[in-house]
Design a protein around this ligand. Structure first.
Ligand SMILES: [Zn+2]
Length: 83
């Protein structure tokens, strides 16, 4: 039986792993490593969370916080009254 990947190799392959670009055989070996290596799983999770967050930020227009928006509306209302 071939030895499993070490952590360094896993990290190198992580992006392909998450995108499903790996050979099924290699993917399986990575799964085996992750099953036995909690630090790598932790890294995997945070990496995944990061890329998801980046994805969301890319898709989403930056939004004004609701509180600020309300204050802005109230401010504008006051300004309109003055005119
Ligand atoms: Zn590891």
């Amino acid at each position: 039986m071939r030895t499993l990947f070490n952590c360094k190799e896993c990290v190198d392959l992580l992006m392909d792993y998450l995108e499903g670009n790996l050979d099924p055989e290699i993917q399986k070996k990575l799964d085996q490593h992750f099953a036995a290596c909690p630090p790598c799983v932790k890294f995997l999770d945070s990496y995944r969370a990061c890329s998801e967050m980046a994805q969301q930020l890319k898709d989403q227009q930056v939004r004004i916080p609701l509180e600020l928006e309300n204050r802005l509306k109230a401010f504008l209302k006051e300004e309109i009254k003055k005119v």
